[in-house]
Ligand binder design. Structure first.
Ligand code: SAM
Length: 443
């Protein structure tokens, strides 16, 4: 019988994509990929280290699995960002772990499992990707049959002072445009309706050659790639995350030219205070960011804008926080991810003085959340009575008669419509606005 592997994914879209790639390689090597931890011979955790709590989660989960499996313990592996950062130390922190695979070891997992199966203790691989490795994801491993994540750039060169990503995922490395276009064309032919171009900073995309971009204009390689991907004719193209400093107005022009480039931009601002932005080493100030937002707001299409903010960065005063509140009011985001600052050892910010107390951070978090909720309420209410296009992804978890999916502007919509709509793009008349979703009926 083949070895049964269960992979549990914690973290961002990049991790979801890495899991898809890992599963593809393991299945090719003869492993059986299963959906539950109970019968697995190997349990593999794909981990996130952006915040301390995410990092702690994997150690809690390992404890839970050990308890659940009693005397029948599986082999346990840790892959992803925590694996890359902690390396050898994971074996000290969690005695149950048999192997550790860094962020670039995805294609070597089968040999690491074999080594652990043959009795080798503390198997470790933190090496870089080997030359010639291709991004190969089989359709059966994709997280959805309708929406596909296509990584276009790995790693990060930005070194924001709070962020661990450059250390966990290495330097920026862009995939060839030709390879990306071929993948998108295949996905389109296989019936995928929505493609998400993903990366820590998609708009910093810089391939080694222009191959695949010939015939497509654009002020930056990413703007050219957007036009090239749109020209494949795939129904919907979304992209995330965009880094403000590299956000060229030509991205908005491309969205205006191609209706299948979706009307949604995620542009994390992190703070509204110039002093804090400088200390975060973001490379932009509030005015610069607002200038880029102005182009988005002046677009011929109504573009949804979303963002990330960190509250309680070391040294953040009440005045700094009020600058953030002001910027949030100005930007009127369609949604906002608010994070309490989490000290990440090894980052420059970890050495800064002036950390806020947990109570102070929570207070600011709640205040900002309340402001965003009131702004979002108005934005969502404005959709009532409008028709939107929704990709029906799955039956709704709330009601057996409803389907759930996303608009082109990435809002969640639950709607009255039969299961026969699944996988299709349907027009939905919005009848009700909730805090973080819309409700309507197929029309
Ligand atoms: N590359 C994107 C950028 O910064 O423009 C975002 C990538 S990051 C993985 C996702 C979000 O996590 C960030 O935008 C930030 O708001 C949050 N984050 C990252 N490091 C953090 C930290 N040390 N504490 C709290 N939040 C953090």
């Amino acid at each position: 019988m083949s070895t049964r592997v269960y992979i549990e994914t914690l973290g961002c879209q990049m991790n979801v994509s890495d899991t898809e790639r890992a599963a593809t390689g393991l299945r090719k090597a003869g492993y059986d990929l299963i959906e539950s931890v109970e019968n697995a011979d190997v349990v593999l955790f794909n981990t996130c280290s952006v915040r301390e709590r995410a990092e702690q989660k994997v150690f809690n989960r390992i404890g839970e699995v050990r308890k659940l499996r009693g005397r029948d313990q599986p082999l346990v592996g840790v892959m992803g960002c925590v694996a890359q950062l902690e390396g050898e130390a994971i074996f000290d922190n969690a005695g149950a772990v048999n192997f550790v695979a860094g962020t670039q070891a995805t294609d070597r997992l089968s040999s690491l499992i074999e080594r652990a199966q043959s009795g080798e203790a503390h198997v470790l691989d933190l090496a870089e990707r080997a030359d010639g490795e291709v991004w190969d994801i089989s359709p059966v491993e994709r997280h959805s049959p309708y929406v596909a994540f296509v990584p276009i750039i790995e790693g990060c060169n930005k070194f924001c002072s709070f962020c661990i990503v450059p250390y966990s995922r290495g330097r920026e490395k862009s995939r060839s445009a030709k390879e990306i276009i071929v993948e998108v064309e295949k996905l389109k032919d296989a019936g995928y309706q929505e493609i998400h171009l993903i990366g820590q900073n998609v708009n910093s995309y810089r391939p080694k050659t222009q191959e695949g971009l010939e015939g497509f204009e654009g002020a930056t390689p990413f703007a050219r790639l957007l036009r090239a991907v749109a020209a494949t004719g795939v129904m919907r193209v979304k992209f995330t995350t965009s880094f403000p400093r590299d956000f060229h107005p030509d991205i908005v022009s491309a969205i205006e030219e191609y209706p299948n480039l979706c009307d949604w931009i995620h542009l994390p601002v992190q703070s509204g205070s110039d002093r804090i932005l400088q200390s975060m080493r973001r490379g932009h100030n509030a005015a610069d960011y607002l200038g880029r937002v102005e182009r988005i707001r002046n677009s011929q299409r109504r573009l949804a804008l979303t963002s990330d903010v960190i509250v309680g960065f070391p040294g953040e005063t009440r005045v700094d926080f009020e600058a953030t509140l002001k910027l949030i009011e100005q930007c009127r985001y369609d949604s906002l991810y608010i994070f309490k600052y989490s000290r990440r050892s090894g980052t420059p910010a970890a050495k800064l003085e002036g950390e806020l107390t947990t109570a102070e951070m929570s207070e600011r978090f709640l205040e900002l959340e309340q402001l965003q909720r009131s702004l979002q309420k108005e934005i969502y209410a404005d959709y009532v009575g409008r028709e939107v296009s929704v990709l029906a992804e799955r039956p709704s978890t709330r009601s057996a008669e409803d389907m759930a999916g996303h608009t082109t502007c990435n809002k969640v919509v639950n709607f009255r419509g039969g299961i026969e709509t699944q996988g299709k793009i349907v027009n939905v008349l919005i009848t009700e606005a909730k805090n973080n979703s819309l409700y309507g009926r197929a029309c």
